[in-house]
Design a binder for this molecule. Structure first.
Ligand code: PMP
Length: 358
């Protein structure tokens, strides 16, 4: 979806890295996160200050190969190898991002394990709750649901950007995860970052990345820094390079158009429903807005297998089951290229025919 914006920007954000540059593992040995490129650190701070979506003062920034690596780094940092009650339980409210259970269990660690729906969690002892807001898959703004003394939270704020939802306050949590994948569309650069309050936790997350990949690609960090710089510049009212569209306004408008198209089809065919979202005041846009999630969480009529029904019309979706939910639900990406999105809407509207024939 973001490709057309970046085509317009064209050469202005190209990075050239000569062969002699960035050879070392180290980026800044004085920094707690010694593999974080100073330029990326600066642009992460600038962007959060521009958008107003997270507190960066007095936080440690840990860069990762995507926020995926940082999710595991957070699990590692928050678990205690000496804990007598065994692996720490990891929970998230249904419907949860489908990678959390996979990430928690695939190495069968003795440090942590997946324990399912946070709303059903009733074990004693320490636990980690993943709080995804806006949520993947359903776009809902979330808060922790377990709220017990021994609880730790990781706020996955991959979608807390103005194209998707209202920026209502500077997020201020112990561990906050962000990624360029969802912010700018550069999923292939594999750059994510964590804003971490506690120094000890940040050090353990850095240790995890050190053992796992000895740092994070400098080429990717330098490119990400450039991209973030461009979008911060695009938000300025003064001194803005005059041919640069405000990135968040541009992408927010696209999201509104896409959701309007989808809602029209859903209204007409009567077979599906999609969630509704309240109006909230966005401090970045200085206006009221709804949430326009990166995914449509589509619900079919009772007893239908939504993924199967969609696949019959050549629409690839991920079943609700993968998110701890029922098969009546399926998740569809709203961030495809224009042609793909139009094809999706067209195919979805043709299902009406099938429904009416029966
Ligand atoms: N968290 C959430 C909620 C996501 O939706 C995704 C990507 N689908 C990620 C984390 C991982 O993003 P990445 O590794 O590309 O930064």
């Amino acid at each position: 979806m973001y490709e057309s914006y970046w085509k317009e920007v064209d050469q202005k954000c190209s990075v050239t890295i000569p062969g002699f540059q960035s050879l070392s593992y180290f980026a800044n040995i004085k920094n707690l996160c010694w593999f974080l490129e100073p330029k990326l650190e600066e642009e992460i701070k600038r962007l959060h200050n521009t958008v107003g979506n997270a507190i960066v003062e007095d936080r440690h920034i840990v860069v990762g190969t995507g926020s995926s690596q940082l999710i595991l780094a957070a699990f590692y940092a928050l678990s205690d190898p000496l804990n007598e009650s065994g692996p720490v339980n990891i929970v998230s409210a249904v419907p949860f991002y489908s990678s959390y259970p996979e990430m928690s269990n695939y190495l069968q660690s003795t440090l942590f394990k997946w324990s399912g729906d946070a709303r059903c969690f009733n074990k004693d002892g320490p636990y980690i709750e993943m709080v995804t807001s806006p949520n993947n898959p359903d776009g809902v703004i979330r808060e922790p649901v377990v709220n017990r003394a021994k609880g730790m939270t990781v706020h996955d704020l991959a979608y807390y950007w103005p194209q998707y939802t209202a920026i209502t306050s500077h997020a201020d949590h112990d561990i906050m995860l962000f990624t360029v994948s969802k912010c700018t569309g550069h999923a292939g650069s594999r750059i994510g970052w964590a804003l971490v309050r506690d120094e000890k936790v940040a050090r353990k997350m850095v240790k995890f990345v050190e053992i796992n990949t000895i740092g994070v690609s400098k080429e990717a960090q330098l490119r990400a820094a450039n991209i973030l710089e461009i979008i911060s510049l695009s938000c300025q009212t003064d001194n803005k390079p005059h041919d640069l569209d405000n990135f968040f306004e541009h992408s927010h408008n696209l999201m509104v158009q896409r959701w309007n198209k989808l809602r029209d089809v859903v209204l007409n065919n009567g077979l599906f429903s999609v969630p509704k979202f309240p109006l909230q005041y966005c401090k970045f846009k200085r206006d009221f807005t709804e949430t326009y999630p990166a995914f449509a969480w589509v619900k079919c009529k009772e007893g239908m297998d939504c993924e199967k029904l969609l696949r019959g019309q050549k629409i690839l979706a991920r079943s609700g089951r993968r998110f701890g939910s029922e098969p009546e639900y399926a998740r569809i990406s709203m961030l495809s290229r224009d042609e793909e999105f139009d094809l999706f809407v067209q195919r979805l509207s043709s299902i009406r025919g099938i429904g009416n024939e029966k």
